[in-house]
Design a protein around this ligand. Structure first.
Ligand SMILES: Nc1ncnc2c1ncn2[C@@H]1O[C@H](COP(=O)(O)OP(=O)(O)OP(=O)(O)O)[C@@H](O)[C@H]1O
Ligand SMILES: [Mg+2]
Length: 460
């Protein structure tokens, strides 16, 4: 007798025949790994580490299905079909979604009809890579099980890989300086060094090669770097970029992160490389996810210090993840070095008045996030030398003084900007950007208000 399945059905009550059908779609090409990586504990931490992943991988050689074992295991938490289908949609695993809820997902004629299964932060129906990095999955093959060239590499007990510099050189084609969009490896450059695209264990990664700067010795850089790794090990959340590992055997320490296929929010708002405009509903979901990541940092007594759209990265499903939450602490400790001066100049557009004086608190992150909200509303860069006013922040005052209307400020490229929701987001940005930190909301209040903006948008 076939089973009636709805989004509230517990995964643990699915019949074996259904699990078998799912495994037919998810075991090949290791699609189950995407599902595993997307499963989180209620605290936001990933449920499974690299060690778990290995354990599931081993099941294949024992003739078992990793998909079925994974669903048995996760099923013990009383997770539902709705949650599982949401994960499928986020990763475009539509065939698997249609096994569970065939009425809601049509697989024929390429039609992808998405009926929201449950409230979710990032609308997953349009999971897409906006930013063509000229690499196919086949260019990043899984290691061959017969040769196992890097068999000695095992993650440590927290799931991080300790790489050698040479190994990272190898996976980035010798730190190929040609842009990734032109077939090279360079993704971009920031205040700490250059970021390259690499490939490790069948997964695309971003390798940040840190530069030694004049005012800091290689030894000191390594101490700071190690301290930051300790911090990164503790901080895990679905809206924070995950670290895969690091290398520290040469003068250029490197950090290896999961690759965020859609680059930074800064670049996507600017439609760099011809990427399509982010819709209003997508922008709302991005702000909610970012606020969740920031709330997690603040709850864990961590101030980011460099919140900006360039540090909000977007995954394949355009889900936001905050990056550089470890390094920025290190940078602030560099004192009044030239690099710090440059860094302050580079991020002035986001800095709270008290942060300019060196006073850092969670409320200074809230201020910076207010600038990000202005970027999301307007699609404009935070600073533009050829613009009057140069700083986006100053446009807030122009709107308050009625020299500029909110309607004129809002990004004309969006077609679904709902006026009430837009107004609510702008009011929230104003609160975040209050010069007096005591008058700014805390991140929990910001998050609640953004969820309200999201609901307002969805209702219209
Ligand atoms: N994990 C990642 N996946 C994809 N792209 C990334 C990743 N990390 C960084 N990048 C890209 O690399 C570029 C440089 O990033 P980096 O963090 O070094 O500098 P930044 O964010 O511009 O400045 P800062 O040094 O102040 O953080 C950015 O354009 C960013 O989009
Ligand atoms: Mg960055």
């Amino acid at each position: 007798m076939s089973q009636e399945i709805s989004s509230t059905t517990f995964v643990r009550s699915l019949q074996h025949v259904t699990l078998r059908q799912l495994s037919d779609f998810l075991d090949p090409q290791d699609s189950w790994k995407k599902v595993l990586a997307a499963i989180h504990k209620p605290t936001g931490e990933p449920r499974y580490t690299q060690l778990h992943l290995r354990r599931f991988e081993r099941l294949v050689s024992m003739g078992k299905s990793p998909t079925i074992e994974l669903l048995y295991d996760w099923g013990t938490t009383n997770c539902t079909v709705g949650e599982l289908v949401d994960i499928f949609l986020r990763h475009e695993l539509l065939a698997a979604a249609s096994v569970l809820l065939p009425d809601k997902f049509q697989m024929d004629a390429g039609v992808q009809r998405h009926v929201p299964v449950q409230e979710t932060v990032s609308p997953s129906s349009q999971a897409t890579r906006l930013f063509d990095q000229k690499e196919q999955a086949s260019d990043c093959p899984l290691p061959d099980s017969t040769t196992k060239p890097w068999e000695e590499e095992e993650p440590d007990d927290t799931g991080f890989y300790r790489f050698s510099y040479d190994r990272l050189a190898k996976i980035t084609s010798n730190f190929d300086e040609r842009p990734a969009s032109e077939g090279g490896r360079r993704l971009g450059e920031g205040g700490f060094g250059v970021v390259y695209k690499g490939c490790f264990n069948g997964k695309q990664v971003a390798v940040k090669k840190l530069n030694c700067v004049d005012d800091i010795s290689p030894q000191e850089l390594k101490i700071q770097f190690n301290q930051e790794i300790q911090a990164l090990k503790m901080l895990k959340h679905v809206n924070l970029v995950e670290m895969v590992g690091f290398s520290s055997d040469r003068d250029h320490p490197c950090l290896v992160y999961e690759l965020m296929a859609n680059g930074s929010l800064l670049d996507r708002l600017a439609c760099l490389g011809g990427s399509p405009t982010l819709s209003w509903s997508r922008r709302c979901a991005i702000t909610v996810g970012t606020a969740r990541g920031l709330q997690y940092l603040h709850v864990n007594h961590h101030v980011h210090r460099d919140i900006k759209s360039g540090n909000i990265l977007l995954d394949e499903a355009l889900g936001p993840k905050i990056s550089d939450f470890g390094l920025t602490r290190g940078s602030a400790r560099r004192g009044s070095s030239t690099v710090l001066t440059e860094k302050i100049v580079g991020t002035t557009a986001y800095m709270a008045p008290e942060a300019m004086r060196g006073e850092i608190s969670p409320k200074s992150d809230v201020f910076s996030f207010g600038v990000v909200l202005l970027e999301v509303l307007s699609g404009l860069p935070p600073v533009d030398d050829s613009r009057e006013p140069q700083f986006l922040l100053e446009m807030k005052a122009e709107i308050e003084d009625e020299d500029l209307t909110l309607e004129d400020f809002v990004d004309k490229k969006m077609e679904d900007g709902e006026p009430l929701a837009v107004e609510k987001m702008f009011s929230l940005a104003r609160l975040c950007l209050n010069d007096r930190k005591g008058r700014r909301p805390d991140i929990a209040q910001v998050l609640r208000q953004l969820e309200d903006v999201l609901t307002t948008s969805a209702e219209h």
